[in-house]
Design a protein around this ligand. Structure first.
Ligand code: UDX
Length: 447
Protein backbone atom coordinates (compact mmCIF):
# COMPACT_ATOMS: atom_id res chain seq x y z
CA UNK A 1 0.00 0.00 0.00
CA UNK A 2 2.91 2.33 0.70
CA UNK A 3 4.20 1.77 -2.84
CA UNK A 4 0.75 2.49 -4.29
CA UNK A 5 0.58 5.71 -2.26
CA UNK A 6 4.07 6.64 -3.41
CA UNK A 7 3.27 6.15 -7.09
CA UNK A 8 -0.20 7.68 -6.94
CA UNK A 9 0.00 10.99 -5.07
CA UNK A 10 -3.60 11.76 -6.10
CA UNK A 11 -4.97 8.75 -4.25
CA UNK A 12 -5.63 8.62 -0.53
CA UNK A 13 -4.56 5.27 0.91
CA UNK A 14 -5.59 4.19 4.40
CA UNK A 15 -4.27 1.03 6.03
CA UNK A 16 -6.56 -0.24 8.78
CA UNK A 17 -5.84 -2.88 11.39
CA UNK A 18 -7.60 -3.82 14.62
CA UNK A 19 -4.28 -4.02 16.41
CA UNK A 20 -3.80 -0.63 18.07
CA UNK A 21 -0.19 -1.29 19.03
CA UNK A 22 0.76 -2.11 15.45
CA UNK A 23 -0.98 0.97 14.08
CA UNK A 24 0.72 3.18 16.70
CA UNK A 25 4.06 1.82 15.57
CA UNK A 26 3.22 2.58 11.94
CA UNK A 27 2.41 6.13 13.06
CA UNK A 28 5.47 6.49 15.30
CA UNK A 29 7.46 9.63 14.42
CA UNK A 30 10.58 7.47 14.79
CA UNK A 31 10.53 5.51 11.53
CA UNK A 32 12.83 2.82 12.88
CA UNK A 33 9.85 1.71 15.02
CA UNK A 34 7.61 0.65 12.11
CA UNK A 35 6.71 -3.00 12.66
CA UNK A 36 8.27 -4.46 9.49
CA UNK A 37 11.95 -4.44 8.57
CA UNK A 38 12.17 -4.24 4.79
CA UNK A 39 14.95 -2.48 2.86
CA UNK A 40 13.64 0.76 1.32
CA UNK A 41 10.32 0.71 3.19
CA UNK A 42 11.20 3.46 5.68
CA UNK A 43 11.95 5.87 2.86
CA UNK A 44 8.67 5.18 1.05
CA UNK A 45 6.69 5.52 4.28
CA UNK A 46 8.55 8.71 5.19
CA UNK A 47 7.66 10.31 1.87
CA UNK A 48 3.97 9.40 1.94
CA UNK A 49 2.85 9.08 5.56
CA UNK A 50 0.36 11.71 6.77
CA UNK A 51 0.15 13.00 3.17
CA UNK A 52 -1.67 10.30 1.21
CA UNK A 53 -0.79 7.26 3.31
CA UNK A 54 -2.58 6.86 6.63
CA UNK A 55 -2.65 4.18 9.32
CA UNK A 56 -5.75 3.83 11.45
CA UNK A 57 -7.89 1.48 13.53
CA UNK A 58 -11.08 3.20 12.47
CA UNK A 59 -12.62 0.60 10.16
CA UNK A 60 -15.97 2.22 9.83
CA UNK A 61 -14.67 5.53 8.54
CA UNK A 62 -12.06 4.00 6.23
CA UNK A 63 -14.53 1.55 4.67
CA UNK A 64 -17.21 4.20 4.23
CA UNK A 65 -14.85 6.44 2.31
CA UNK A 66 -13.23 3.75 0.14
CA UNK A 67 -13.90 3.08 -3.53
CA UNK A 68 -11.48 0.16 -3.60
CA UNK A 69 -10.71 -2.07 -0.62
CA UNK A 70 -7.77 -4.48 -0.55
CA UNK A 71 -8.16 -7.43 1.80
CA UNK A 72 -4.60 -8.21 2.90
CA UNK A 73 -5.06 -10.36 5.97
CA UNK A 74 -3.40 -13.53 7.22
CA UNK A 75 -4.61 -16.82 5.76
CA UNK A 76 -2.80 -19.32 8.01
CA UNK A 77 -3.09 -23.08 7.64
CA UNK A 78 -6.12 -24.41 9.52
CA UNK A 79 -5.21 -25.96 12.86
CA UNK A 80 -8.42 -27.88 13.46
CA UNK A 81 -11.56 -29.14 11.79
CA UNK A 82 -11.99 -30.16 8.15
CA UNK A 83 -8.72 -29.77 6.22
CA UNK A 84 -6.66 -29.17 9.40
CA UNK A 85 -2.95 -29.01 8.60
CA UNK A 86 -3.59 -28.31 4.90
CA UNK A 87 -6.46 -25.96 4.10
CA UNK A 88 -6.30 -22.20 4.64
CA UNK A 89 -8.08 -20.67 7.57
CA UNK A 90 -10.19 -17.96 5.98
CA UNK A 91 -11.70 -16.51 9.12
CA UNK A 92 -9.88 -13.17 8.74
CA UNK A 93 -10.93 -12.88 5.10
CA UNK A 94 -14.51 -13.60 6.10
CA UNK A 95 -14.58 -11.11 8.96
CA UNK A 96 -13.08 -8.43 6.69
CA UNK A 97 -15.80 -9.10 4.09
CA UNK A 98 -18.48 -8.76 6.79
CA UNK A 99 -17.09 -5.38 7.86
CA UNK A 100 -16.96 -4.17 4.27
CA UNK A 101 -20.51 -5.32 3.71
CA UNK A 102 -21.69 -3.49 6.80
CA UNK A 103 -19.94 -0.14 6.39
CA UNK A 104 -19.35 0.38 2.66
CA UNK A 105 -21.34 2.94 0.72
CA UNK A 106 -22.31 3.01 -2.98
CA UNK A 107 -20.23 0.82 -5.27
CA UNK A 108 -17.10 -0.79 -3.82
CA UNK A 109 -14.46 -2.90 -5.51
CA UNK A 110 -13.12 -5.51 -3.11
CA UNK A 111 -9.69 -6.86 -4.01
CA UNK A 112 -8.24 -10.11 -2.67
CA UNK A 113 -4.58 -9.43 -1.96
CA UNK A 114 -4.04 -12.25 0.50
CA UNK A 115 -3.10 -15.62 -0.98
CA UNK A 116 -6.32 -17.60 -0.94
CA UNK A 117 -7.60 -20.97 -2.14
CA UNK A 118 -9.33 -21.04 -5.49
CA UNK A 119 -12.95 -19.83 -5.39
CA UNK A 120 -12.50 -17.67 -2.28
CA UNK A 121 -13.81 -14.74 -4.32
CA UNK A 122 -17.16 -16.53 -4.46
CA UNK A 123 -17.18 -16.78 -0.66
CA UNK A 124 -16.36 -13.08 -0.34
CA UNK A 125 -19.08 -12.13 -2.82
CA UNK A 126 -21.72 -14.15 -1.01
CA UNK A 127 -20.73 -12.62 2.37
CA UNK A 128 -20.82 -9.13 0.88
CA UNK A 129 -24.26 -9.69 -0.60
CA UNK A 130 -25.84 -11.51 2.32
CA UNK A 131 -24.71 -9.13 5.03
CA UNK A 132 -25.84 -5.86 3.54
CA UNK A 133 -29.06 -4.24 4.57
CA UNK A 134 -31.72 -5.15 1.92
CA UNK A 135 -32.78 -1.47 1.79
CA UNK A 136 -29.23 -0.46 0.83
CA UNK A 137 -28.36 0.29 -2.75
CA UNK A 138 -24.74 -0.74 -2.26
CA UNK A 139 -23.07 -2.91 -4.88
CA UNK A 140 -19.78 -4.81 -5.10
CA UNK A 141 -17.25 -6.24 -7.48
CA UNK A 142 -14.65 -8.74 -6.31
CA UNK A 143 -11.24 -8.92 -7.97
CA UNK A 144 -8.24 -11.12 -7.39
CA UNK A 145 -4.91 -9.30 -7.45
CA UNK A 146 -2.32 -11.60 -5.86
CA UNK A 147 0.99 -10.22 -4.67
CA UNK A 148 4.21 -11.77 -5.94
CA UNK A 149 6.71 -9.73 -3.89
CA UNK A 150 9.42 -11.52 -1.96
CA UNK A 151 10.54 -10.31 1.46
CA UNK A 152 13.84 -8.47 1.49
CA UNK A 153 13.30 -7.19 -2.05
CA UNK A 154 9.65 -6.18 -1.63
CA UNK A 155 9.97 -2.52 -2.58
CA UNK A 156 11.91 -3.29 -5.74
CA UNK A 157 9.55 -6.16 -6.64
CA UNK A 158 6.57 -3.84 -6.28
CA UNK A 159 8.16 -0.98 -8.14
CA UNK A 160 9.39 -3.15 -11.03
CA UNK A 161 7.09 -6.19 -11.09
CA UNK A 162 7.57 -9.00 -13.65
CA UNK A 163 3.81 -8.82 -14.03
CA UNK A 164 0.68 -7.61 -12.28
CA UNK A 165 -2.17 -10.09 -12.28
CA UNK A 166 -5.77 -8.98 -12.06
CA UNK A 167 -8.56 -11.54 -12.16
CA UNK A 168 -12.21 -10.63 -12.34
CA UNK A 169 -15.53 -11.02 -14.08
CA UNK A 170 -16.30 -7.37 -14.69
CA UNK A 171 -13.96 -5.60 -17.10
CA UNK A 172 -14.91 -2.16 -15.77
CA UNK A 173 -13.77 -3.15 -12.29
CA UNK A 174 -10.54 -4.57 -13.74
CA UNK A 175 -10.04 -1.27 -15.63
CA UNK A 176 -10.37 0.67 -12.37
CA UNK A 177 -7.65 -1.35 -10.64
CA UNK A 178 -5.48 -1.42 -13.74
CA UNK A 179 -5.63 2.38 -13.84
CA UNK A 180 -3.89 2.51 -10.46
CA UNK A 181 -1.03 0.24 -11.58
CA UNK A 182 -0.64 2.12 -14.87
CA UNK A 183 0.82 4.98 -12.81
CA UNK A 184 4.10 3.04 -12.77
CA UNK A 185 3.67 -0.31 -14.52
CA UNK A 186 3.59 -0.74 -18.32
CA UNK A 187 0.29 -1.99 -19.74
CA UNK A 188 2.00 -5.05 -21.33
CA UNK A 189 2.92 -6.20 -17.84
CA UNK A 190 -0.64 -6.27 -16.61
CA UNK A 191 -2.28 -9.68 -17.08
CA UNK A 192 -6.06 -9.87 -17.01
CA UNK A 193 -7.66 -13.25 -16.32
CA UNK A 194 -10.80 -14.71 -14.88
CA UNK A 195 -11.05 -14.82 -11.09
CA UNK A 196 -10.22 -18.48 -10.66
CA UNK A 197 -7.14 -18.42 -12.91
CA UNK A 198 -5.79 -15.51 -10.93
CA UNK A 199 -6.35 -17.21 -7.57
CA UNK A 200 -4.80 -20.47 -8.77
CA UNK A 201 -1.84 -18.73 -10.43
CA UNK A 202 -0.61 -17.40 -7.12
CA UNK A 203 -0.66 -20.81 -5.43
CA UNK A 204 0.92 -22.40 -8.50
CA UNK A 205 3.71 -19.79 -8.75
CA UNK A 206 4.74 -20.38 -5.15
CA UNK A 207 4.51 -24.16 -5.56
CA UNK A 208 6.75 -24.01 -8.66
CA UNK A 209 9.32 -21.83 -6.88
CA UNK A 210 9.37 -24.11 -3.84
CA UNK A 211 9.66 -27.14 -6.10
CA UNK A 212 12.78 -25.64 -7.70
CA UNK A 213 14.38 -25.22 -4.28
CA UNK A 214 13.55 -28.82 -3.33
CA UNK A 215 14.88 -30.02 -6.70
CA UNK A 216 18.22 -28.25 -6.32
CA UNK A 217 18.52 -29.42 -2.71
CA UNK A 218 17.93 -33.02 -3.80
CA UNK A 219 20.67 -32.63 -6.44
CA UNK A 220 22.96 -31.06 -3.79
CA UNK A 221 22.89 -34.25 -1.76
CA UNK A 222 23.79 -36.24 -4.85
CA UNK A 223 26.70 -33.86 -5.48
CA UNK A 224 28.05 -34.53 -2.00
CA UNK A 225 28.27 -38.28 -2.55
CA UNK A 226 29.52 -38.16 -6.13
CA UNK A 227 32.15 -35.42 -6.08
CA UNK A 228 30.14 -32.92 -8.12
CA UNK A 229 29.79 -29.27 -7.08
CA UNK A 230 26.23 -27.94 -6.75
CA UNK A 231 27.24 -24.43 -7.78
CA UNK A 232 28.73 -25.71 -11.01
CA UNK A 233 25.71 -27.91 -11.67
CA UNK A 234 23.29 -25.05 -10.92
CA UNK A 235 25.20 -22.77 -13.28
CA UNK A 236 25.34 -25.39 -16.02
CA UNK A 237 21.63 -26.15 -15.93
CA UNK A 238 20.59 -22.53 -15.35
CA UNK A 239 22.27 -21.46 -18.59
CA UNK A 240 19.57 -23.36 -20.43
CA UNK A 241 17.10 -20.57 -21.07
CA UNK A 242 14.19 -22.96 -20.71
CA UNK A 243 15.30 -23.62 -17.12
CA UNK A 244 16.71 -20.19 -16.23
CA UNK A 245 19.28 -19.31 -13.61
CA UNK A 246 17.14 -17.98 -10.78
CA UNK A 247 16.06 -19.94 -7.70
CA UNK A 248 18.74 -22.58 -8.07
CA UNK A 249 20.62 -21.80 -4.87
CA UNK A 250 20.92 -24.90 -2.70
CA UNK A 251 20.39 -24.24 1.00
CA UNK A 252 19.08 -25.54 4.30
CA UNK A 253 15.52 -25.74 3.00
CA UNK A 254 12.99 -23.08 2.09
CA UNK A 255 11.20 -21.12 4.78
CA UNK A 256 8.98 -18.06 4.87
CA UNK A 257 5.30 -17.58 5.40
CA UNK A 258 4.18 -18.68 1.93
CA UNK A 259 5.78 -21.74 0.37
CA UNK A 260 4.79 -24.45 2.85
CA UNK A 261 1.37 -22.95 3.47
CA UNK A 262 0.58 -22.57 -0.22
CA UNK A 263 1.72 -26.08 -1.13
CA UNK A 264 -0.34 -27.51 1.72
CA UNK A 265 -3.24 -25.57 0.35
CA UNK A 266 -2.66 -26.97 -3.13
CA UNK A 267 -2.44 -30.47 -1.65
CA UNK A 268 -5.76 -29.91 0.09
CA UNK A 269 -7.40 -28.65 -3.08
CA UNK A 270 -6.14 -31.65 -5.09
CA UNK A 271 -7.41 -34.04 -2.42
CA UNK A 272 -10.73 -32.25 -2.21
CA UNK A 273 -11.23 -32.81 -5.94
CA UNK A 274 -9.99 -36.43 -5.70
CA UNK A 275 -6.70 -35.74 -7.53
CA UNK A 276 -4.58 -37.96 -5.32
CA UNK A 277 -1.57 -38.35 -7.64
CA UNK A 278 -1.30 -34.60 -8.06
CA UNK A 279 -1.62 -34.16 -4.31
CA UNK A 280 1.16 -36.71 -3.64
CA UNK A 281 3.39 -34.98 -6.17
CA UNK A 282 3.22 -31.65 -4.30
CA UNK A 283 3.56 -33.33 -0.90
CA UNK A 284 6.99 -34.60 -1.96
CA UNK A 285 8.24 -31.00 -2.32
CA UNK A 286 7.58 -30.44 1.37
CA UNK A 287 8.95 -33.87 2.33
CA UNK A 288 12.29 -33.11 0.67
CA UNK A 289 12.33 -29.73 2.38
CA UNK A 290 11.84 -31.26 5.83
CA UNK A 291 14.37 -33.94 5.02
CA UNK A 292 16.94 -31.27 4.13
CA UNK A 293 16.70 -29.64 7.57
CA UNK A 294 17.05 -32.96 9.39
CA UNK A 295 19.86 -34.03 7.08
CA UNK A 296 21.88 -30.91 7.94
CA UNK A 297 21.43 -31.48 11.68
CA UNK A 298 22.70 -35.03 11.16
CA UNK A 299 25.75 -33.86 9.21
CA UNK A 300 26.64 -31.54 12.10
CA UNK A 301 26.43 -34.37 14.62
CA UNK A 302 28.43 -36.71 12.37
CA UNK A 303 31.21 -34.18 11.89
CA UNK A 304 31.46 -33.64 15.64
CA UNK A 305 32.12 -37.32 16.35
CA UNK A 306 28.46 -38.25 16.75
CA UNK A 307 27.80 -36.27 19.92
CA UNK A 308 26.95 -32.64 20.56
CA UNK A 309 26.77 -32.80 24.34
CA UNK A 310 29.13 -30.29 25.96
CA UNK A 311 29.83 -28.69 22.57
CA UNK A 312 29.35 -25.09 21.58
CA UNK A 313 27.91 -24.49 18.15
CA UNK A 314 27.68 -20.99 16.69
CA UNK A 315 24.62 -20.43 14.52
CA UNK A 316 25.03 -17.62 12.01
CA UNK A 317 21.63 -16.53 10.72
CA UNK A 318 18.18 -17.22 12.10
CA UNK A 319 15.79 -15.51 9.68
CA UNK A 320 14.35 -17.56 6.80
CA UNK A 321 16.56 -15.66 4.37
CA UNK A 322 18.71 -12.53 4.39
CA UNK A 323 17.42 -8.95 4.51
CA UNK A 324 14.42 -9.75 6.62
CA UNK A 325 13.76 -10.21 10.34
CA UNK A 326 11.01 -12.71 9.52
CA UNK A 327 11.60 -16.16 11.00
CA UNK A 328 8.39 -17.87 9.94
CA UNK A 329 9.12 -21.45 8.86
CA UNK A 330 12.85 -20.62 8.91
CA UNK A 331 15.03 -23.71 8.43
CA UNK A 332 17.08 -22.41 11.38
CA UNK A 333 14.23 -23.19 13.78
CA UNK A 334 14.08 -26.89 13.04
CA UNK A 335 17.87 -27.26 12.77
CA UNK A 336 18.45 -25.44 16.09
CA UNK A 337 15.76 -27.52 17.79
CA UNK A 338 17.40 -30.72 16.51
CA UNK A 339 20.82 -29.60 17.75
CA UNK A 340 19.44 -28.61 21.16
CA UNK A 341 17.81 -32.00 21.42
CA UNK A 342 21.21 -33.56 20.75
CA UNK A 343 22.49 -31.66 23.79
CA UNK A 344 24.40 -28.82 22.08
CA UNK A 345 24.89 -25.33 23.49
CA UNK A 346 23.99 -22.87 20.72
CA UNK A 347 25.43 -19.37 20.38
CA UNK A 348 23.07 -17.65 17.98
CA UNK A 349 23.75 -14.55 15.92
CA UNK A 350 21.46 -12.74 13.50
CA UNK A 351 21.75 -9.08 12.48
CA UNK A 352 18.00 -8.45 12.56
CA UNK A 353 16.11 -11.14 14.47
CA UNK A 354 15.49 -10.36 18.15
CA UNK A 355 16.31 -12.78 20.94
CA UNK A 356 12.69 -12.64 22.03
CA UNK A 357 11.63 -13.96 18.63
CA UNK A 358 14.24 -16.72 18.83
CA UNK A 359 12.94 -17.73 22.28
CA UNK A 360 9.40 -17.90 20.87
CA UNK A 361 10.51 -19.97 17.89
CA UNK A 362 12.66 -22.37 19.89
CA UNK A 363 9.99 -22.57 22.61
CA UNK A 364 12.73 -22.27 25.18
CA UNK A 365 14.16 -19.35 27.17
CA UNK A 366 17.63 -18.02 26.59
CA UNK A 367 20.11 -18.67 29.41
CA UNK A 368 21.55 -15.52 30.89
CA UNK A 369 25.10 -16.70 31.49
CA UNK A 370 26.56 -19.87 30.13
CA UNK A 371 29.56 -19.96 32.41
CA UNK A 372 27.47 -21.16 35.32
CA UNK A 373 25.18 -23.49 33.41
CA UNK A 374 25.68 -27.12 32.58
CA UNK A 375 26.46 -26.27 28.96
CA UNK A 376 23.86 -28.68 27.62
CA UNK A 377 20.74 -28.06 25.61
CA UNK A 378 20.91 -24.27 26.06
CA UNK A 379 21.15 -21.28 23.79
CA UNK A 380 22.31 -17.71 24.01
CA UNK A 381 21.99 -14.75 21.67
CA UNK A 382 25.07 -12.71 20.74
CA UNK A 383 25.05 -9.33 19.06
CA UNK A 384 28.64 -9.69 17.92
CA UNK A 385 29.76 -12.49 15.62
CA UNK A 386 33.11 -12.78 17.42
CA UNK A 387 31.35 -13.46 20.74
CA UNK A 388 29.14 -16.13 19.15
CA UNK A 389 32.07 -17.99 17.58
CA UNK A 390 34.47 -17.67 20.52
CA UNK A 391 35.58 -21.16 21.66
CA UNK A 392 32.97 -22.83 19.44
CA UNK A 393 33.50 -26.35 18.16
CA UNK A 394 31.56 -25.59 15.00
CA UNK A 395 30.01 -22.68 13.13
CA UNK A 396 26.96 -23.27 10.97
CA UNK A 397 25.97 -20.63 8.45
CA UNK A 398 22.23 -20.94 7.95
CA UNK A 399 21.43 -17.63 6.30
CA UNK A 400 23.15 -15.68 3.53
CA UNK A 401 23.42 -12.31 5.28
CA UNK A 402 26.12 -10.11 3.71
CA UNK A 403 27.88 -9.75 7.06
CA UNK A 404 28.88 -13.45 6.91
CA UNK A 405 30.47 -13.22 3.48
CA UNK A 406 33.79 -11.53 4.21
CA UNK A 407 34.71 -12.56 7.72
CA UNK A 408 38.34 -13.02 8.73
CA UNK A 409 38.26 -16.81 8.93
CA UNK A 410 41.88 -17.08 9.96
CA UNK A 411 41.20 -15.00 13.05
CA UNK A 412 37.94 -16.85 13.71
CA UNK A 413 39.55 -20.27 13.42
CA UNK A 414 42.14 -19.20 16.00
CA UNK A 415 39.32 -18.30 18.39
CA UNK A 416 37.62 -21.69 18.12
CA UNK A 417 38.21 -24.96 19.93
CA UNK A 418 40.09 -27.45 17.75
CA UNK A 419 39.25 -29.53 15.83
CA UNK A 420 36.94 -26.80 14.59
CA UNK A 421 34.34 -27.01 11.85
CA UNK A 422 32.69 -24.57 9.50
CA UNK A 423 29.47 -25.88 7.96
CA UNK A 424 28.30 -23.56 5.24
CA UNK A 425 24.76 -24.43 4.17
CA UNK A 426 24.37 -21.37 1.94
CA UNK A 427 27.70 -21.44 0.14
CA UNK A 428 28.50 -17.89 1.19
CA UNK A 429 32.15 -18.32 2.16
CA UNK A 430 34.64 -18.36 -0.71
CA UNK A 431 37.48 -20.90 -0.78
CA UNK A 432 39.98 -18.02 -0.97
CA UNK A 433 38.97 -16.73 2.46
CA UNK A 434 39.43 -20.17 4.01
CA UNK A 435 43.04 -20.57 2.88
CA UNK A 436 45.56 -20.74 5.73
CA UNK A 437 42.94 -21.55 8.36
CA UNK A 438 42.81 -24.62 10.59
CA UNK A 439 39.14 -25.09 9.86
CA UNK A 440 37.57 -28.30 8.69
CA UNK A 441 35.02 -27.23 6.13
CA UNK A 442 31.79 -28.81 4.96
CA UNK A 443 29.86 -27.03 2.24
CA UNK A 444 26.40 -28.07 1.23
CA UNK A 445 26.38 -29.70 -2.19
CA UNK A 446 30.14 -30.01 -2.50
CA UNK A 447 31.50 -33.47 -3.08
C1 UDX B 1 8.00 -16.05 -1.88
C2 UDX B 1 7.87 -15.80 -3.39
O1 UDX B 1 9.19 -15.67 -3.95
C3 UDX B 1 7.04 -14.55 -3.66
O2 UDX B 1 6.85 -14.39 -5.06
C4 UDX B 1 5.69 -14.69 -2.97
O3 UDX B 1 4.93 -13.51 -3.17
C5 UDX B 1 5.88 -14.95 -1.49
O4 UDX B 1 6.70 -16.11 -1.30
P1 UDX B 1 9.49 -15.07 0.08
O5 UDX B 1 8.92 -16.16 0.90
O6 UDX B 1 9.52 -13.70 0.64
O7 UDX B 1 8.74 -14.97 -1.33
O8 UDX B 1 11.02 -15.44 -0.24
P2 UDX B 1 11.81 -16.19 -1.40
O9 UDX B 1 12.89 -15.31 -1.86
O10 UDX B 1 10.94 -16.76 -2.42
O11 UDX B 1 12.53 -17.38 -0.59
C6 UDX B 1 11.77 -18.40 0.04
C7 UDX B 1 12.70 -19.41 0.66
O12 UDX B 1 13.39 -20.16 -0.34
C8 UDX B 1 13.80 -18.79 1.54
O13 UDX B 1 13.99 -19.57 2.69
C9 UDX B 1 15.04 -18.84 0.66
O14 UDX B 1 16.23 -18.87 1.38
C10 UDX B 1 14.79 -20.12 -0.11
N1 UDX B 1 15.49 -20.15 -1.40
C11 UDX B 1 15.14 -19.29 -2.38
C12 UDX B 1 16.52 -21.08 -1.60
O15 UDX B 1 16.85 -21.86 -0.71
N2 UDX B 1 17.14 -21.10 -2.82
C13 UDX B 1 16.80 -20.25 -3.83
O16 UDX B 1 17.41 -20.34 -4.90
C14 UDX B 1 15.78 -19.31 -3.60
Amino acid sequence: MAVIAHNCPNLQVTVVDLNQEKISRWNDPDLSKIPVFEPGLEKVVKETRFKNLHFSTNFEEAIKKADIIFISVNTPTKEKGVGAGHASDLRFVESSARLVSKFSQGHTIVVEKSTVPIRTAATIMSILDSNKDPKDSKTFDVLSNPEFLAEGTAINDLQFPDRVLIGGNNSLAIDALEKIYLNWVKKEKIIRTNLWSSELSKLSANAFLAQRVSSINAIAELCEVTGADINEVAYAIGEDRRIGSKFLQAGPGFGGSCFTKDILNLVYLCEYFGLNEASNYWKEVIKINNYQKNRISKVVADKLFGTLTQKKIAILGFSFKSNTNDTRQSASIKICKNLLEEGAYLAIHDPKVSKLQIAIDLECEEISNHSNCDYINKWQFFEKIEDAVYSADAIIILCDWDCYKNLDWKEISNMMRAPSWLLDTRNVVSKKLLKDTNLNVWKLGLG
